[in-house]
Design a protein around this ligand. Structure first.
Ligand code: WT7
Length: 641
């Protein structure tokens, strides 16, 4: 595998960037032509950001799995595609070669077909981090079904909402999942999610933990039985092979749900052609991946980071991708370093929250771990604070590994702003420069572009890159409203940013009511809805506050019915309710019971004040004269938890 479009010097970066802006069609044509297409596209790009309507590689035909697997078989067939490290370090590791991956993905595509799955059908995948999760994702892509992966930490209610929104007819799950010392009963959760569901016809269950499950006749089948049957079928004609279904470049590849500032998660839609090209391009360039290197992204495939940089980006580049089932702190805080040592990892891509939590264990867990294979480090999910950056640089990279601070979003599909490892300079706490094809702009409070440097404003993007979201599933208007209406003609990211004298971007965080908790996106409205479902709660308001490890913590102000609440018991019950409605990741870190919320005369909650109190401010609340009852502010400030 070679990457003719890999940028090697700062000079080449400048040239590539210039070309990508001046002649995007020619720029992306050259890159896209290195992939395997059934039919070449007629036009490279058609777009407007008003409706929005975005099409890349118009009328091009392809299947992404042929690009992620088949095209590598001749050269890399016996090379590892996935190295799987189990939760329990005593358990046998699994090395999945490209040949093996091909076989399993074909086999699973056959299983899907046997169970009635057709192109365009929605398949919900709710599994732990086992290789079968990758087979399931790629099996869907091979047959043209739309996968919707749901992170294993989401509750039955969250799954039910997503199943309904996607009108999913199929589910792939596990009996259970290991996470550190915990076993999560995934199939049980699915059973709860399916109470009252009218669309799901089939549930395929992979055995991982031997957690007892109830299998419903006519609906639930075992992965193992189905795979064995498929193997018999496909093997009759010789090797296991399943012809990849031809997809249009703009056919949907997957849906991934993410939170926003309203109460209901939205299904971000990515399509086949542009997503393939951009995840590959950004992978090869940001991390400066070289053939044969071992790439380790510590994310879960339930999030976009795992989709783009465990599965599609690395595999389309013929890379070796490490997939880790467990957690960084179990059985001890040296686990990631042990994995780096064991597999001689070249590139490690992780999150600031993981770095901060591991920093807390000191240097002891690093003892005896050989990290000399590392060449590049990466960070994603939230701004990386300088302390964490320096610790990562000094103790993990030993001062010799470039750190790429990669800014992007579920909606962007791939990395948009980042230094390129060893090619363009990194600056602590700056994501730095846009990748070729990406045109960021900063917009001031009057909706005007802020030109010149330095500058500050809301971060928008001027023109499409190949992996921009195309719509939100089943509700295009919501997509328009959320991303394309605040500043007509621009894609609005929801983030604020600064730009220094040299044009480097520093992301300052969300400017909407979305929190970033341990790199997970959580909408405050969603948490409020969940809290409000608890009986006895009249209303609530949720804000973020600085948290040493999570980046942001969740602070909930809750108005209880009457004075009858018992603090500890009710706190526990509220946490339980949020866990049930969304999942444990959305549990508030702090709950303060209040008599009332600071509201304007028109009934709007003044979150600015609540944020200040949660941050520890005791008096300077700014102008509170428009409040219906200014007295409530002091009372809340005094009761801070
Ligand atoms: C939000 C997107 C993209 C994968 C993980 C999160 C924040 C992400 C950075 C970074 C500063 C970052 C932004 C963004 N964010 N990476 N390197 N520096 N902030 O995906 O859940 O879609 O969240 O994460 O606020 O909008 P997501």
């Amino acid at each position: 595998m070679s990457y003719p479009y890999q940028i090697k010097t700062a000079e080449e970066y400048k040239e590539a960037y210039k070309k990508s802006v001046e002649n995007p069609d020619a720029f992306w044509n050259d890159i896209a032509e290195t992939f395997q297409w059934h039919k070449k596209w007629d036009r490279t790009l058609e777009w407007n950001f008003i409706e929005p309507d975005i099409k890349w590689f118009v009328n091009g035909k392809l299947n992404i799995t042929e690009n992620c697997i088949d095209r590598h078989l001749k050269e890399l067939g016996e090379k590892p595609a996935i190295i799987w490290e189990p939760n329990n370090p005593e358990e046998r590791v699994r090395i999945v070669t490209y040949n093996r991956l091909h076989k399993r993905v074909c086999q699973f595509a056959q299983v899907l077909k046997n169970n009635g799955v057709k192109k365009g059908d929605r398949v919900c995948i709710y599994m732990g981090m086992v290789p079968e999760l990758a087979y399931a994702v790629l099996g869907c892509a091979r047959i043209g079904a739309i996968h919707s992966v749901i992170f294993g930490g989401f509750s039955a209610q969250s799954i039910a909402d997503r199943l309904l929104d996607a009108q999913a007819e199929y589910i792939v799950t596990c009996d259970g999942a290991y996470r550190g010392e915990k076993v999560i009963p995934l199939k049980d959760v699915i059973d709860d999610a399916l109470i009252g569901n009218k669309t799901v016809k089939r549930v395929i269950v992979y055995t991982r933990t031997r957690t007892p499950v109830s299998m419903i006749k006519g609906r639930d089948v075992w992965w193992e039985d189905e795979m064995a049957h498929a193997e018999d079928q496909v093997e009759k004609g010789g090797a296991v092979s399943f012809p990849a279904v031809e997809m249009d470049a703009e056919d949907t590849l997957f849906i991934l749900y993410t939170s926003g500032s309203t109460g209901k998660p939205k299904g971000v839609v990515h399509t086949c052609g542009g997503y393939m090209v951009y995840t590959n391009y950004s992978f090869v360039n940001t991390f400066q991946y070289q053939p044969g290197q071992v790439f380790f992204c510590t994310a879960d495939i339930g999030w976009i980071t795992g989709h783009s940089y465990i599965v599609y980006g690395p595999l389309s580049a013929g890379a070796t991708s490490v997939m880790f089932e467990g957690v960084p702190t179990w059985p001890n805080a040296g686990r990631l370093w042990e994995i780096v040592d064991k597999y001689k990892v070249d590139i490690l891509y992780t999150a600031p929250t993981a770095i901060r939590s591991l920093m807390g264990f000191g240097l002891e867990p690093l003892q005896g771990k050989d990290l000399s294979s590392l060449k590049v480090l990466g960070s994603v999910g939230e701004p990386i604070n300088e302390e964490a950056w320096h610790w990562f640089d000094e103790h993990i990279g030993k001062g010799k590994c470039p750190i790429v601070d990669t800014w992007w979003q579920t909606e962007t599909g791939g990395i948009l702003i980042s230094n390129l490892a060893g090619v363009t300079p990194g600056i602590p706490s700056f994501a730095t420069l846009p990748l070729p094809g990406v045109q960021p702009v900063l917009i001031d409070e009057n909706g005007k572009e802020v030109e010149g440097n330095p500058a500050a404003g809301n971060l928008c993007i001027k023109a499409p890159w190949p992996s921009i979201l195309r719509t939100t599933y089943g509700d295009h208007e919501r997509c328009r409203q959320t991303y394309f209406s605040a500043y007509p003609g621009l894609y609005f990211t929801g983030d604020g940013a600064l730009r220094d004298e040299k044009g480097n971007y520093r992301i300052t965080g969300r400017v909407d009511d979305v929190l970033n908790v341990s790199g997970h996106r959580i909408g405050t409205a969603e948490v409020e809805n969940a809290i409000n479902m608890h009986s006895g709660v009249v209303e609530s308001a949720v804000v973020g506050y600085p948290h040493a490890i999570k980046g942001q913590g969740i602070y909930a102000y809750v108005v209880f019915n009457g004075d009858k609440h018992n603090d500890t018991g009710d706190r526990q019950n509220i946490l339980q309710t949020v866990s049930r409605i969304i999942g444990p990741i959305a549990k508030p870190d702090k709950i303060q019971f209040v008599k009332g919320l600071p509201k304007t005369r028109s009934g709007k909650i003044m979150r600015r004040i609540l944020r200040k109190i949660a941050e520890g401010e005791t008096q300077n609340f700014g102008d509170i004269s428009t409040l219906l009852d200014p007295g409530v502010v002091e009372e809340i400030a005094e009761g801070k938890v």
